[in-house]
Design a protein around this ligand. Structure first.
Ligand code: UD1
Ligand code: CA
Length: 448
Protein backbone atom coordinates (compact mmCIF):
# COMPACT_ATOMS: atom_id res chain seq x y z
CA UNK A 1 0.00 0.00 0.00
CA UNK A 2 1.40 3.40 -0.92
CA UNK A 3 1.10 6.24 1.53
CA UNK A 4 2.74 9.43 2.63
CA UNK A 5 2.09 12.11 5.22
CA UNK A 6 1.10 15.73 5.55
CA UNK A 7 2.60 17.38 8.63
CA UNK A 8 0.86 20.59 9.66
CA UNK A 9 3.17 23.26 11.03
CA UNK A 10 1.78 26.58 9.84
CA UNK A 11 -0.09 27.65 12.96
CA UNK A 12 0.72 30.80 14.90
CA UNK A 13 1.73 28.94 18.08
CA UNK A 14 0.11 31.67 20.14
CA UNK A 15 0.29 29.68 23.37
CA UNK A 16 3.99 28.97 22.85
CA UNK A 17 4.84 32.70 22.82
CA UNK A 18 7.92 32.58 20.63
CA UNK A 19 9.38 34.60 17.79
CA UNK A 20 10.49 31.33 16.21
CA UNK A 21 8.13 28.71 14.86
CA UNK A 22 7.25 26.26 17.62
CA UNK A 23 8.25 23.22 15.56
CA UNK A 24 11.80 24.60 15.19
CA UNK A 25 12.44 24.52 18.94
CA UNK A 26 14.88 21.84 20.04
CA UNK A 27 13.71 18.72 21.77
CA UNK A 28 16.28 16.11 22.85
CA UNK A 29 18.80 17.87 20.65
CA UNK A 30 16.73 18.01 17.44
CA UNK A 31 14.11 20.43 16.16
CA UNK A 32 10.71 19.22 17.35
CA UNK A 33 9.43 18.54 13.83
CA UNK A 34 12.37 16.23 13.02
CA UNK A 35 11.05 13.75 15.57
CA UNK A 36 7.79 13.60 13.63
CA UNK A 37 9.51 13.26 10.26
CA UNK A 38 11.93 10.61 11.51
CA UNK A 39 9.07 8.55 12.90
CA UNK A 40 7.20 8.81 9.58
CA UNK A 41 10.28 7.67 7.68
CA UNK A 42 10.80 4.81 10.10
CA UNK A 43 7.16 3.84 9.58
CA UNK A 44 7.88 3.54 5.87
CA UNK A 45 6.11 6.32 3.96
CA UNK A 46 6.42 5.79 0.21
CA UNK A 47 7.38 9.32 -0.85
CA UNK A 48 8.75 12.27 1.17
CA UNK A 49 6.17 13.83 3.50
CA UNK A 50 4.76 17.29 2.84
CA UNK A 51 5.24 19.84 5.62
CA UNK A 52 2.75 22.71 5.57
CA UNK A 53 4.41 25.90 6.84
CA UNK A 54 3.48 29.55 7.09
CA UNK A 55 4.59 32.12 4.51
CA UNK A 56 7.24 33.67 6.78
CA UNK A 57 8.73 30.54 8.21
CA UNK A 58 12.16 29.82 6.72
CA UNK A 59 13.14 28.67 10.21
CA UNK A 60 10.50 25.94 10.06
CA UNK A 61 11.79 24.91 6.66
CA UNK A 62 15.33 24.70 7.97
CA UNK A 63 14.18 22.80 11.03
CA UNK A 64 12.44 20.17 8.89
CA UNK A 65 15.70 19.37 7.10
CA UNK A 66 16.22 17.43 3.87
CA UNK A 67 13.96 14.92 2.11
CA UNK A 68 10.70 16.71 2.68
CA UNK A 69 8.43 18.73 0.44
CA UNK A 70 6.92 22.02 1.55
CA UNK A 71 3.52 23.56 0.99
CA UNK A 72 2.70 27.06 2.15
CA UNK A 73 -0.52 27.98 3.89
CA UNK A 74 -0.89 31.72 3.18
CA UNK A 75 -2.99 32.43 6.28
CA UNK A 76 -3.49 30.36 9.42
CA UNK A 77 -7.16 29.61 8.87
CA UNK A 78 -7.17 26.33 10.75
CA UNK A 79 -5.94 22.76 10.42
CA UNK A 80 -8.57 21.86 7.81
CA UNK A 81 -7.43 24.71 5.60
CA UNK A 82 -3.75 23.87 6.14
CA UNK A 83 -4.15 20.32 4.78
CA UNK A 84 -5.73 21.66 1.55
CA UNK A 85 -2.46 23.30 0.52
CA UNK A 86 -0.74 19.93 0.13
CA UNK A 87 -3.15 18.96 -2.65
CA UNK A 88 -1.11 20.25 -5.64
CA UNK A 89 1.87 18.21 -4.46
CA UNK A 90 0.15 14.98 -3.47
CA UNK A 91 -2.98 14.55 -5.54
CA UNK A 92 -2.98 11.17 -7.29
CA UNK A 93 0.44 10.13 -6.00
CA UNK A 94 -0.39 7.67 -3.19
CA UNK A 95 -3.35 5.52 -2.13
CA UNK A 96 -3.61 6.88 1.41
CA UNK A 97 -2.54 10.01 3.23
CA UNK A 98 -1.62 10.22 6.87
CA UNK A 99 -2.16 13.67 8.35
CA UNK A 100 -0.50 14.68 11.59
CA UNK A 101 0.79 17.76 13.39
CA UNK A 102 4.31 19.09 13.82
CA UNK A 103 3.68 19.55 17.53
CA UNK A 104 3.16 15.80 18.17
CA UNK A 105 6.78 14.67 18.50
CA UNK A 106 6.24 11.63 20.72
CA UNK A 107 4.16 9.43 18.42
CA UNK A 108 6.19 6.30 17.73
CA UNK A 109 6.79 4.79 14.27
CA UNK A 110 4.99 1.61 15.41
CA UNK A 111 1.88 3.67 16.07
CA UNK A 112 1.92 5.16 12.56
CA UNK A 113 2.40 1.64 11.19
CA UNK A 114 -0.41 0.23 13.27
CA UNK A 115 -2.73 2.94 11.92
CA UNK A 116 -1.80 2.26 8.30
CA UNK A 117 -2.26 -1.48 8.79
CA UNK A 118 -5.62 -1.14 10.53
CA UNK A 119 -6.82 1.31 7.90
CA UNK A 120 -5.88 -1.07 5.11
CA UNK A 121 -7.07 -4.27 6.77
CA UNK A 122 -10.52 -2.79 7.49
CA UNK A 123 -10.82 -0.96 4.18
CA UNK A 124 -11.59 2.27 6.00
CA UNK A 125 -12.14 5.69 4.46
CA UNK A 126 -10.77 7.44 7.54
CA UNK A 127 -8.88 6.05 10.50
CA UNK A 128 -8.04 8.15 13.52
CA UNK A 129 -5.88 7.73 16.58
CA UNK A 130 -7.52 8.13 19.98
CA UNK A 131 -6.51 7.78 23.61
CA UNK A 132 -8.19 7.87 27.00
CA UNK A 133 -6.81 10.64 29.19
CA UNK A 134 -7.47 11.25 32.87
CA UNK A 135 -7.32 14.97 32.06
CA UNK A 136 -8.60 15.56 28.50
CA UNK A 137 -8.32 19.38 28.73
CA UNK A 138 -7.27 21.01 25.47
CA UNK A 139 -7.97 18.02 23.22
CA UNK A 140 -10.83 17.37 20.82
CA UNK A 141 -13.25 14.80 22.30
CA UNK A 142 -14.46 11.72 20.42
CA UNK A 143 -18.25 11.55 20.26
CA UNK A 144 -19.68 8.06 19.63
CA UNK A 145 -23.24 6.83 19.18
CA UNK A 146 -24.97 4.17 21.29
CA UNK A 147 -23.32 1.48 19.13
CA UNK A 148 -19.88 2.95 19.77
CA UNK A 149 -19.59 4.22 16.20
CA UNK A 150 -17.66 7.45 15.90
CA UNK A 151 -19.96 10.34 15.03
CA UNK A 152 -17.65 13.34 15.20
CA UNK A 153 -14.88 15.12 17.05
CA UNK A 154 -15.89 18.10 19.12
CA UNK A 155 -13.22 20.70 19.83
CA UNK A 156 -12.94 21.90 23.40
CA UNK A 157 -14.05 25.45 22.51
CA UNK A 158 -17.32 24.06 21.18
CA UNK A 159 -17.90 21.17 23.55
CA UNK A 160 -20.93 21.12 25.81
CA UNK A 161 -20.25 20.31 29.49
CA UNK A 162 -21.21 16.64 29.11
CA UNK A 163 -18.97 16.38 26.04
CA UNK A 164 -16.08 17.89 27.94
CA UNK A 165 -16.34 15.03 30.38
CA UNK A 166 -15.60 12.48 27.62
CA UNK A 167 -12.21 10.97 28.30
CA UNK A 168 -11.54 9.61 24.80
CA UNK A 169 -9.69 12.29 22.85
CA UNK A 170 -8.33 12.96 19.39
CA UNK A 171 -4.55 12.53 19.34
CA UNK A 172 -4.28 14.26 15.96
CA UNK A 173 -3.21 11.50 13.57
CA UNK A 174 -5.50 10.49 10.70
CA UNK A 175 -5.19 8.16 7.74
CA UNK A 176 -7.49 9.01 4.84
CA UNK A 177 -8.10 7.48 1.40
CA UNK A 178 -6.50 9.86 -1.02
CA UNK A 179 -9.33 10.31 -3.58
CA UNK A 180 -11.84 10.94 -0.79
CA UNK A 181 -9.65 13.46 1.03
CA UNK A 182 -9.44 16.44 -1.32
CA UNK A 183 -13.14 16.99 -2.08
CA UNK A 184 -13.91 16.39 1.61
CA UNK A 185 -11.42 19.08 2.65
CA UNK A 186 -13.06 21.48 0.20
CA UNK A 187 -16.41 20.90 1.89
CA UNK A 188 -15.24 21.90 5.39
CA UNK A 189 -16.71 25.16 6.69
CA UNK A 190 -15.32 27.48 9.40
CA UNK A 191 -16.30 26.88 13.00
CA UNK A 192 -18.94 29.34 14.17
CA UNK A 193 -17.08 29.78 17.47
CA UNK A 194 -13.47 30.33 16.41
CA UNK A 195 -13.83 30.99 12.70
CA UNK A 196 -11.21 28.32 11.94
CA UNK A 197 -11.60 25.44 9.54
CA UNK A 198 -11.18 22.29 11.60
CA UNK A 199 -9.55 19.20 10.12
CA UNK A 200 -11.38 17.27 12.81
CA UNK A 201 -14.70 17.98 11.02
CA UNK A 202 -13.65 15.41 8.39
CA UNK A 203 -14.83 12.78 10.83
CA UNK A 204 -18.40 14.07 10.99
CA UNK A 205 -18.39 14.39 7.20
CA UNK A 206 -17.32 10.77 6.73
CA UNK A 207 -19.73 9.48 9.36
CA UNK A 208 -22.65 11.43 7.87
CA UNK A 209 -22.17 9.92 4.43
CA UNK A 210 -21.87 6.43 5.89
CA UNK A 211 -18.18 6.05 5.00
CA UNK A 212 -16.22 3.71 7.19
CA UNK A 213 -14.47 5.42 10.12
CA UNK A 214 -12.08 3.34 12.22
CA UNK A 215 -10.18 4.20 15.36
CA UNK A 216 -6.87 2.97 16.69
CA UNK A 217 -6.47 3.26 20.44
CA UNK A 218 -3.13 4.41 21.78
CA UNK A 219 -1.89 2.26 24.63
CA UNK A 220 0.70 4.68 25.93
CA UNK A 221 -0.90 8.08 26.63
CA UNK A 222 2.55 9.70 26.70
CA UNK A 223 2.67 9.50 22.92
CA UNK A 224 -0.36 11.78 22.69
CA UNK A 225 1.31 14.84 24.18
CA UNK A 226 0.80 17.85 21.91
CA UNK A 227 3.28 20.66 22.53
CA UNK A 228 1.23 23.82 22.92
CA UNK A 229 3.20 25.53 25.70
CA UNK A 230 6.73 25.60 27.13
CA UNK A 231 5.46 23.44 29.98
CA UNK A 232 4.49 20.77 27.43
CA UNK A 233 7.93 21.14 25.85
CA UNK A 234 9.63 20.40 29.17
CA UNK A 235 7.36 17.41 29.71
CA UNK A 236 8.17 16.05 26.25
CA UNK A 237 11.86 16.55 26.95
CA UNK A 238 11.52 14.51 30.13
CA UNK A 239 9.65 11.72 28.34
CA UNK A 240 12.13 11.56 25.48
CA UNK A 241 15.05 11.65 27.89
CA UNK A 242 13.62 8.68 29.73
CA UNK A 243 13.07 6.77 26.48
CA UNK A 244 16.62 7.48 25.29
CA UNK A 245 18.25 6.73 28.64
CA UNK A 246 16.34 3.48 29.08
CA UNK A 247 17.41 2.40 25.62
CA UNK A 248 21.12 2.99 26.44
CA UNK A 249 20.85 1.22 29.77
CA UNK A 250 19.39 -1.78 27.93
CA UNK A 251 22.37 -1.58 25.56
CA UNK A 252 24.76 -2.00 28.49
CA UNK A 253 25.58 1.59 29.43
CA UNK A 254 25.56 2.46 33.14
CA UNK A 255 23.83 5.74 33.99
CA UNK A 256 24.59 6.44 37.62
CA UNK A 257 21.54 8.72 37.89
CA UNK A 258 19.44 8.56 34.70
CA UNK A 259 17.37 11.58 35.74
CA UNK A 260 20.45 13.73 35.44
CA UNK A 261 22.01 12.58 32.18
CA UNK A 262 21.03 14.33 28.93
CA UNK A 263 21.66 12.26 25.81
CA UNK A 264 20.81 13.61 22.37
CA UNK A 265 18.84 11.52 19.91
CA UNK A 266 21.78 10.96 17.56
CA UNK A 267 24.40 10.05 20.19
CA UNK A 268 25.99 6.57 20.21
CA UNK A 269 27.51 4.97 23.34
CA UNK A 270 29.47 1.72 23.72
CA UNK A 271 28.69 -0.92 26.36
CA UNK A 272 30.26 -0.81 29.83
CA UNK A 273 30.67 2.92 29.60
CA UNK A 274 29.63 4.65 32.83
CA UNK A 275 28.02 8.08 32.73
CA UNK A 276 27.97 10.21 35.88
CA UNK A 277 25.36 12.87 36.66
CA UNK A 278 25.02 16.29 35.09
CA UNK A 279 26.49 15.16 31.82
CA UNK A 280 25.25 16.41 28.45
CA UNK A 281 25.95 14.33 25.35
CA UNK A 282 24.99 16.37 22.32
CA UNK A 283 24.98 16.42 18.53
CA UNK A 284 26.76 13.60 16.73
CA UNK A 285 28.75 12.49 19.78
CA UNK A 286 30.07 8.90 19.73
CA UNK A 287 31.57 7.22 22.77
CA UNK A 288 33.43 3.90 22.81
CA UNK A 289 33.39 1.05 25.32
CA UNK A 290 34.39 1.10 28.98
CA UNK A 291 34.68 4.88 29.21
CA UNK A 292 34.00 6.95 32.29
CA UNK A 293 32.24 10.20 31.41
CA UNK A 294 31.29 12.96 33.84
CA UNK A 295 30.20 14.18 36.25
CA UNK A 296 29.64 17.75 35.05
CA UNK A 297 30.70 17.18 31.47
CA UNK A 298 29.54 18.40 28.07
CA UNK A 299 30.40 16.38 24.98
CA UNK A 300 29.22 18.07 21.79
CA UNK A 301 29.95 16.38 18.45
CA UNK A 302 32.80 14.58 20.19
CA UNK A 303 34.26 11.23 19.17
CA UNK A 304 35.67 9.29 22.12
CA UNK A 305 37.58 6.00 21.80
CA UNK A 306 37.52 3.04 24.18
CA UNK A 307 38.65 3.16 27.83
CA UNK A 308 38.71 6.95 28.01
CA UNK A 309 38.03 9.13 31.04
CA UNK A 310 36.49 12.58 30.65
CA UNK A 311 35.57 14.30 33.88
CA UNK A 312 34.20 17.76 34.57
CA UNK A 313 35.21 18.97 31.11
CA UNK A 314 33.85 20.39 27.86
CA UNK A 315 34.73 18.58 24.63
CA UNK A 316 33.40 20.03 21.37
CA UNK A 317 34.19 18.77 17.88
CA UNK A 318 37.22 16.86 19.17
CA UNK A 319 38.36 13.28 18.53
CA UNK A 320 39.98 11.16 21.24
CA UNK A 321 41.70 7.82 20.54
CA UNK A 322 41.68 4.99 23.11
CA UNK A 323 42.76 5.37 26.77
CA UNK A 324 42.79 9.16 26.73
CA UNK A 325 42.30 11.00 30.03
CA UNK A 326 40.73 14.46 30.03
CA UNK A 327 40.03 16.70 32.99
CA UNK A 328 39.00 17.75 35.41
CA UNK A 329 38.27 21.20 33.97
CA UNK A 330 39.68 20.90 30.46
CA UNK A 331 38.25 22.46 27.31
CA UNK A 332 38.81 20.69 24.01
CA UNK A 333 37.60 22.68 21.04
CA UNK A 334 36.85 21.83 17.40
CA UNK A 335 39.61 20.22 15.36
CA UNK A 336 41.40 18.70 18.33
CA UNK A 337 42.70 15.16 17.86
CA UNK A 338 44.28 13.35 20.77
CA UNK A 339 46.13 10.06 20.12
CA UNK A 340 46.19 7.06 22.50
CA UNK A 341 46.95 7.63 26.16
CA UNK A 342 47.19 11.39 25.96
CA UNK A 343 46.58 13.08 29.31
CA UNK A 344 45.05 16.54 29.45
CA UNK A 345 44.59 18.00 32.89
CA UNK A 346 42.96 20.94 34.58
CA UNK A 347 42.53 24.31 32.88
CA UNK A 348 44.06 23.10 29.65
CA UNK A 349 42.51 24.35 26.42
CA UNK A 350 43.27 22.77 23.06
CA UNK A 351 41.95 23.97 19.72
CA UNK A 352 42.55 22.70 16.19
CA UNK A 353 45.57 20.68 17.21
CA UNK A 354 46.86 17.15 16.87
CA UNK A 355 48.54 15.59 19.87
CA UNK A 356 50.59 12.39 19.58
CA UNK A 357 50.48 9.22 21.71
CA UNK A 358 51.26 9.43 25.43
CA UNK A 359 51.85 13.18 25.37
CA UNK A 360 50.97 14.86 28.65
CA UNK A 361 49.57 18.29 29.36
CA UNK A 362 48.68 17.90 33.00
CA UNK A 363 48.22 21.54 33.91
CA UNK A 364 46.82 24.84 32.68
CA UNK A 365 47.90 26.05 29.26
CA UNK A 366 46.77 26.61 25.68
CA UNK A 367 47.51 24.77 22.46
CA UNK A 368 46.06 26.27 19.29
CA UNK A 369 46.85 25.26 15.70
CA UNK A 370 49.57 22.96 17.00
CA UNK A 371 50.95 19.61 15.87
CA UNK A 372 52.46 17.82 18.81
CA UNK A 373 54.35 14.52 18.55
CA UNK A 374 54.49 11.47 20.80
CA UNK A 375 55.75 11.38 24.42
CA UNK A 376 55.94 15.16 24.68
CA UNK A 377 55.75 16.84 28.07
CA UNK A 378 53.92 20.15 28.02
CA UNK A 379 54.76 22.02 31.21
CA UNK A 380 52.36 24.06 33.28
CA UNK A 381 51.50 27.41 31.79
CA UNK A 382 52.62 26.60 28.23
CA UNK A 383 50.95 28.78 25.64
CA UNK A 384 51.08 28.64 21.86
CA UNK A 385 50.94 32.30 20.89
CA UNK A 386 49.21 31.42 17.63
CA UNK A 387 47.48 34.70 16.87
CA UNK A 388 49.33 37.88 15.89
CA UNK A 389 46.18 39.96 15.83
CA UNK A 390 45.62 39.32 12.14
CA UNK A 391 46.38 35.71 11.34
CA UNK A 392 46.70 32.33 13.06
CA UNK A 393 50.07 30.55 12.83
CA UNK A 394 51.04 26.92 13.40
CA UNK A 395 53.27 25.46 16.10
CA UNK A 396 55.07 22.13 15.68
CA UNK A 397 56.46 20.21 18.64
CA UNK A 398 58.28 17.02 17.68
CA UNK A 399 58.44 13.67 19.50
CA UNK A 400 59.81 13.54 23.03
CA UNK A 401 60.30 17.28 23.33
CA UNK A 402 60.13 18.73 26.85
CA UNK A 403 58.39 22.08 27.11
CA UNK A 404 59.32 23.72 30.40
CA UNK A 405 56.81 25.46 32.62
CA UNK A 406 55.53 28.82 31.42
CA UNK A 407 56.97 28.56 27.92
CA UNK A 408 55.54 30.94 25.32
CA UNK A 409 55.76 29.46 21.83
CA UNK A 410 55.46 32.39 19.44
CA UNK A 411 54.11 30.89 16.23
CA UNK A 412 54.99 30.05 13.57
CA UNK A 413 57.60 28.00 15.36
CA UNK A 414 58.98 24.45 15.53
CA UNK A 415 60.49 22.66 18.50
CA UNK A 416 62.66 19.76 17.34
CA UNK A 417 62.75 16.17 18.50
CA UNK A 418 63.97 15.75 22.10
CA UNK A 419 64.53 19.51 22.38
CA UNK A 420 63.89 21.26 25.72
CA UNK A 421 62.74 24.72 26.69
CA UNK A 422 63.64 26.18 30.07
CA UNK A 423 61.04 27.55 32.46
CA UNK A 424 59.78 30.96 31.41
CA UNK A 425 61.21 30.78 27.88
CA UNK A 426 59.75 32.90 25.13
CA UNK A 427 60.47 30.86 22.00
CA UNK A 428 60.50 33.05 18.89
CA UNK A 429 62.67 30.90 16.61
CA UNK A 430 62.76 27.22 15.70
CA UNK A 431 64.55 25.01 18.21
CA UNK A 432 66.82 22.34 16.66
CA UNK A 433 66.46 18.73 17.81
CA UNK A 434 68.06 17.71 21.11
CA UNK A 435 68.77 21.33 22.02
CA UNK A 436 67.96 23.19 25.25
CA UNK A 437 66.82 26.78 24.86
CA UNK A 438 65.86 29.26 27.57
CA UNK A 439 65.41 32.92 28.31
CA UNK A 440 63.60 35.81 26.66
CA UNK A 441 63.87 35.49 23.75
CA UNK A 442 64.95 31.86 24.10
CA UNK A 443 68.46 30.91 22.92
CA UNK A 444 70.40 27.66 22.95
CA UNK A 445 72.55 27.14 26.03
CA UNK A 446 75.84 27.24 24.02
CA UNK A 447 75.21 30.68 22.45
CA UNK A 448 74.16 32.39 25.67
C1 UD1 B 1 -5.63 19.89 17.52
C2 UD1 B 1 -6.95 19.20 17.16
C3 UD1 B 1 -7.53 18.53 18.41
C4 UD1 B 1 -6.51 17.54 18.96
C5 UD1 B 1 -5.18 18.22 19.23
C6 UD1 B 1 -4.13 17.18 19.57
C7 UD1 B 1 -7.95 20.54 15.35
C8 UD1 B 1 -9.00 21.51 14.99
N1 UD1 B 1 -7.87 20.19 16.64
O1 UD1 B 1 -5.92 20.93 18.45
O2 UD1 B 1 -8.72 17.86 18.09
O3 UD1 B 1 -7.02 16.95 20.15
O4 UD1 B 1 -4.72 18.95 18.06
O5 UD1 B 1 -2.92 17.76 19.91
O6 UD1 B 1 -7.20 20.07 14.48
N2 UD1 B 1 -1.81 24.47 12.07
C9 UD1 B 1 -1.60 24.88 10.78
N3 UD1 B 1 -2.39 25.87 10.25
C10 UD1 B 1 -3.40 26.43 10.96
C11 UD1 B 1 -3.61 25.99 12.29
C12 UD1 B 1 -2.81 25.00 12.81
O7 UD1 B 1 -0.69 24.40 10.09
O8 UD1 B 1 -4.07 27.30 10.41
C13 UD1 B 1 -0.91 23.44 12.64
C14 UD1 B 1 -0.18 23.95 13.87
O9 UD1 B 1 1.07 24.50 13.50
C15 UD1 B 1 -0.04 22.70 14.71
C16 UD1 B 1 -1.18 21.81 14.27
O10 UD1 B 1 -1.68 22.35 13.07
O11 UD1 B 1 1.19 22.03 14.48
C17 UD1 B 1 -2.28 21.72 15.32
O12 UD1 B 1 -2.76 23.01 15.59
P1 UD1 B 1 -3.10 23.47 17.08
O13 UD1 B 1 -3.56 24.86 17.04
O14 UD1 B 1 -1.95 23.16 17.96
O15 UD1 B 1 -4.33 22.52 17.41
P2 UD1 B 1 -4.84 22.06 18.84
O16 UD1 B 1 -5.61 23.15 19.46
O17 UD1 B 1 -3.74 21.48 19.61
CA1 CA C 1 -1.47 21.38 19.36
Amino acid sequence: MTWTAIVLAAGLSTRFKSERPKVAHPLAGRPMIRHVLEALRAAGCSIPPVVVIGPTAPAAQEAAGPDVQFAIQPEPRGTGDAARWARPILQGRVAHILITYGDLPLVRPETFRRMIETHEARGATLTLLTVHLADPTGYGRIVRDSEERVLRIVEEAEARPEERRLSEVNVGVYVVREPWLWPALSRLRPSPVKGEIYLTDLVALAAAEGAQVETVLLEDPEEALGINTRAHLAEAERILRRRINTRWMLEGVTLVDPERVYIGTDVIIGPDTVIYPDTYLEGQTRIGRRCRIGPNTILRDAVIGDDCVVEASVVEGATLADRVHVGPFAHLRPGTRLAEEVHVGNFAEIKNSTVGPRTRMHHFGYLGDATVGANVNIGAGTVTCNYDGVRKHPTIIEDEAFIGSDTMLVAPVRVGRKAKTGAGSVVTRDVPPETLVYGVPARPRSSS
